[in-house]
Design a protein around this ligand. Structure first.
Ligand SMILES: Nc1ncnc2c1ncn2[C@@H]1O[C@H](COP(=O)(O)OP(=O)(O)OP(=O)(O)O)[C@@H](O)[C@H]1O
Ligand SMILES: [Mg+2]
Length: 406
């Protein structure tokens, strides 16, 4: 995808200057909140949507004007699109029947696909009598027998319950690896993005925010939005000022590594990002390394067995608060609140309403510029690709100034 733009009738750019290179055999994830343009992008790859400007290239062919059937891609939709009156066998065989493939060859391909998907026992049944996960596998079987050059998935697991979703995730991962087929997979679920993707493209309002491996996204998020989107429970955002190597946070002062501190020293009020898992109950943390400790009163404690979540309220000054409220809207209304969430060892004996000593790993803190959301401490060598910081307003007006496609 080279500088792909999609504007619908009202001129609003649903996809805005997106460039993504999907490698052969790669599992690429498109992720972002509702309405960020994921499905639109996928539909432009497969040919179900006209491209306003930019180049869609598959192999060495520009396919912008190629009909969907000539692109040799297989798409699996969220609602499966199975034929209720046909058996599982015939549902899988459908694209081959359309192509008038001889019966013997159809049989061979359908049986091979249904074996891979563990559907061989269900071939004579109708979709109405199958579980959600089985139906999903039938839809995938239909994509497999077509022997397409790439698979495209649009939120294929969103109709399934949490347990089945976990199972199907491993089925898809195994299938993709064994077939080695290039895959583009749309989801708004960050867990699916992190577990399935070789690389993940994070989108917000039609604009690519970062293109990186799951680990790069987690360790080196390029901006506030990516930092807040990747990780569960989400990263905490707190007001901070840095002086020398000391970071002054609402609940105390934390020591930063000098290289990190130097990027923020004297920059005034910033936003600190700290993941819940980078805190610990100081009383169970035997090796405190270069971390810092602080005392805080714990509001709520949730004990989950293997870990404990503790909630610690704090106050944010208006400059930071406004930026955090906007981020909350961008992230699809996920409430962030002005409370710190810390994930502690299950052995922690911290109690509600009591003061506790908490340890935090200063080397894991991110520092963000409040006005732009840019991560000042990101490691540019290890963060994948962050598109140049085009001001969003500028990108939008540029896209609107371009002539409408016919
Ligand atoms: N046919 C259309 N006409 C006008 N606007 C559209 C059309 N289809 C989508 N849009 C708009 O384009 C933007 C992107 O839509 P898209 O369906 O790609 O989002 P998405 O990321 O797939 O969201 P979701 O997670 O909800 O499926 C949205 O603002 C949407 O309202
Ligand atoms: Mg969608």
């Amino acid at each position: 995808m080279k500088n792909i733009v999609k504007k619908y009738g009202d001129g609003f750019p649903a996809v805005n200057d997106v460039s993504i290179d999907v490698q052969d055999g790669e599992f690429m994830i498109l992720v972002g909140p509702s309405g960020c343009g994921k499905s639109t992008l996928l539909r432009m790859i497969v040919g179900l949507e006209d491209i306003t400007s930019g180049d869609m290239i598959i192999g060495d062919r520009r396919v912008n004007d190629l009909a969907p059937r000539d692109r040799h891609l297989a798409m699996v939709f969220q609602n499966y699109a199975l034929y209720p009156h046909l058996t599982v066998y015939e549902n899988i065989a459908f694209p081959l029947r359309l192509a008038k493939v001889p019966d013997a060859e159809v049989d061979e391909k359908v049986r091979a696909a249904s074996k891979t998907l563990e559907l061989d026992e269900h071939l004579e049944r109708k979709p109405g009598n199958l579980s959600g996960g089985q139906r999903q596998r039938v839809a995938m079987g239909r994509a497999i027998v077509r022997e397409a050059d790439a698979f495209l998935f649009d939120e294929p697991l969103s109709n399934l319950d949490a347990k089945l979703r976990g199972q199907m995730r491993t089925v898809i991962a195994r299938l993709q690896k064994s077939l080695g087929i290039t895959t583009v997979y749309v989801t708004h679920d960050q867990t699916e993005a992190m577990t399935l993707g070789d690389r993940v493209a994070v989108l917000k309002r039609g604009i690519l925010q970062q293109l990186a491996t799951p680990r790069e996204l987690y360790d080196h998020p390029g901006n506030l939005f990516v930092a807040g989107f990747i990780g569960s429970p989400p990263m905490n955002f707190l007001p901070v000022t840095v002086e020398g190597t000391s970071a002054k946070l609402p609940f105390g002062t934390v020591q930063l590594p000098p290289d990190k501190a130097s990027k923020a020293d004297g920059k005034g009020l910033l936003i600190a990002g700290i993941r819940p898992e980078h805190f610990e109950d100081a009383s169970v943390k035997t090796d405190q390394g270069s971390g810092s400790t602080f005392r805080a009163t714990v509001d709520v404690v949730e004990w989950l067995g293997n870990e404990t979540y503790a909630y610690i309220p704090f106050e944010a000054p208006p400059e930071v608060d406004a930026q955090l409220r906007e981020l909350e809207r961008d992230l699809d209304g996920e409430p962030m609140g002005t409370q710190l969430v810390v994930s502690l060892d299950g052995a922690s004996r911290i109690r509600e309403g009591e003061e506790a000593e908490i340890w935090v790993d200063g080397s894991k803190i991110h520092l963000f510029e409040p006005a732009t959301g840019e991560n000042l401490t990101v490691d540019r060598e290890r963060c994948g690709r962050i598109p140049p910081p085009v001001a969003e307003a500028e990108a939008v007006s540029r896209a609107q100034a371009e002539p409408e496609a016919v």
